[in-house]
Design a protein around this ligand. Structure first.
Ligand code: FES
Ligand code: MG
Length: 590
């Protein structure tokens, strides 16, 4: 925050005494739908609402309603609203993957916020990739910005049991494969989780990223967890609109809030909530756009030993409404603060107060849903960062691996036991679906399923496919998960012992390009290594035999082509090469 109020950047367009002619040209067209000169020229902050809600984006669609309350808040605080359409990103609707569009929405919002008369912005976040895309854009442009979550759907129910978004799909898939339900039963079970407006009600990538936007300080405290359909959601929208006007007056910008310290807090909170493995990709990306250093080693170093407190599916039992009633993010942070586990209590947040001021006295209100720090779900619940001859960096979420696997391979530091298994390799998700139930692969509980060709280049944007189910004949025997390794991602709503986001990917020269079905794989979770036990000379021979552009089928659209040309690996946030050179661009131009 600077002491001196800078002039509003919108006045360069709408009220520039040095250039009355351009002022007139800029101004006249914004009058044509009823805005007045008073609203545009009297020094009222022009507040953009970055609108991610549309018919195409059901998870965020309720933002269309909520934006009316944001608008009321902005106007009541003396601002003027201009709503900004954002390139749509719907996790469940976009082919080949919504992840491909994160950077596209980022680019277009940067251009919009930079190139138009916007003084401050409300970021309508929600569905998985909308949150990072908007925070990345706010980071690059660096005008006062506040995030507003659309909120989760109400809890899903089926025959007296909670059914959570995404998580129920994995369960239904097993029931279908085992012949316990038919196709209609599958649809009925899965759609029971989609109860109302809002995003996934599990602790998937959406709840994770919305919680982390609050943990970073970019939302009003307590706002992330409010269910979309609750009246409080409308009320916090109004408060958010009011607050952003004051943030413009105070010149409180993303670089003031999203500091290295704020990211360290968010990494810790991610472990405590049992956050998605997509979080490191997205937070590493946002950080890079701010010039803050953050990598997968930080996630292990800061996050691995932090306990899991939030008992939400997929790691636990409950859903979004329960999370809200238990106190949401402030209760999690309050618990961490009380135990001295939040590294930086004094960071400033969007409401102008510190994290400690906002959350210091907050504690869980439903101890079964948000556990007190003394009785966590799991003691060490964060990610570990593995490396070896399969990849330089890959993430494993330890909170979802089974007790048995954890006890045997992770918890006891004196035990040298490491997991060894036979590799069964699939080239992309289509190959997996075609062959997984093929009994000639002879998959058993001593196998490691490997997926390659699923990274940012191989499957443009990176497929969410590394949560591979065991073959039907193993499911029938009660084996529900096998260790998985892949250069793609995993849905935040699933929970198998998976090593994900392997970087570099097979299509980018990574070691996964060389692994073959039948190789021995050794995964040592205590040493943080994952290797194929294959002689170097043999690996060299395999590398020389690779075709020109392995594991990278042709692009299907212009953006896919540009994206693949420019994209950095998952470990570097999947940002576009060169885009992170542009920082603080609004201030540089004023
Ligand atoms: Fe949109 Fe999960 S699919 S939030
Ligand atoms: Mg997802």
């Amino acid at each position: 925050m600077s002491d001196k109020k800078p002039p509003l950047r919108s006045q360069k367009w709408f009220n520039n005494p040095d250039d009355p002619e351009m002022t007139a040209l800029y101004l006249e067209r914004y009058l044509n739908y009823g805005l007045t000169r008073e609203e545009l020229q009297s020094g009222k902050p022009i507040i953009g609402i970055a609108q991610t809600g549309s018919d195409l984006s059901p998870c965020n669609r309720h933002h269309i309603e909520l934006s009316k309350r944001v608008r009321d808040g902005v106007i009541s605080a003396g601002g003027t609203v201009i709503e900004i359409p954002v390139h749509p990103i719907q996790e469940t609707g976009k082919r080949p993957t919504a992840m491909l569009d994160r950077n596209l929405a980022y680019l277009s919002l940067v251009e919009t916020l930079y190139g138009y008369p916007i003084d401050g912005v409300v970021l309508n976040i929600g569905c998985d990739k909308t949150t990072p895309a908007l925070l990345m854009a706010a980071a690059t442009v660096n005008i006062p910005a506040i995030a507003l979550s659309v909120g989760p759907m109400l809890n899903g129910w089926y025959r007296g049991e909670r059914t959570g978004s995404g998580t129920i799909v994995w369960k239904a898939r097993e029931l279908l494969a085992a012949g316990e339900i038919d196709d209609d039963g599958f649809l009925e079970l899965v759609s029971s989780s989609a109860t109302s407006v809002g995003y996934c009600n599990t602790m998937g990538t959406a709840s994770t990223m919305n919680s982390l936007a609050e943990a970073l300080g970019m939302q009003l405290p307590g706002s992330a967890a409010i269910p979309a359909a609750y009246r409080k959601r409308g009320q916090i929208s109004y408060e958010t609109g009011k607050r952003v006007v004051q943030m413009v007056h105070d010149d409180l910008r993303p670089t003031d809030i999203m500091t290295r310290e704020a990211f360290e807090n968010a990494v810790v909170v991610n472990s405590a909530i049992g956050g998605s493995t997509n979080a490191p990709i997205h937070l590493n990306a946002i950080a890079r756009h701010l010039g803050v250093e953050l990598d997968n080693d930080d996630w292990q170093r800061l996050g691995h030993k932090v306990p899991l407190l939030v008992n939400l599916q997929p790691a636990g039992a409950y859903l979004g409404e329960d999370y809200f009633h238990a106190g949401g993010v402030p209760a999690v942070i309050g618990g961490l603060l009380g135990a001295g586990l939040l590294p930086h209590p004094d960071v400033i947040t969007a409401n102008g107060k510190t994290m400690a001021e906002n959350c210091g006295d907050k504690r869980t209100e439903t101890p079964d849903v948000i556990k007190p720090i003394a009785e966590p779900m799991t003691k060490e619940a964060g990610f570990i960062n593995l490396s070896g001859n399969l990849f330089d960096s890959a993430i494993m979420k330890t909170s979802v691996i089974s007790e048995e696997f954890r006890d045997r391979y992770l918890s006891n530091p004196d035990d040298p036991d490491a997991f060894e298994g036979r590799a069964v390799v699939f080239d992309g998700p289509e190959d997996f679906h075609k062959r997984i139930d093929d009994e000639s692969l002879a998959i058993d509980e001593h196998c490691v399923l490997i997926m390659r060709g699923a990274g940012p280049i191989g499957y443009p944007g990176g497929a969410e496919v590394v949560n591979m189910r065991p073959p039907a004949y193993l499911l029938k025997r009660g084996i529900h998960a096998l260790p998985c390794v892949g250069d793609g991602r995993q849905s935040g709503t699933s929970g198998s012992p998976s090593i994900l986001n392997a970087s570099p990917e097979a299509a980018d020269g990574g070691g996964l390009a060389l692994v073959a079905t039948g190789d021995r794989i050794r995964i040592d979770l205590r040493a943080f290594t994952a290797n194929m036990l294959v002689e170097d000379a043999e690996l060299e021979r395999r590398r020389n035999a690779l075709p020109d552009r392995p594991f990278a089928p042709p692009s299907q659209s212009p953006w896919q082509d540009i994206f693949r040309e420019k994209v950095r690996p998952f470990s570097e946030g999947m940002v576009l090469d060169g885009a992170t050179d542009f920082q603080d661009i609004a201030r540089k131009s004023t």
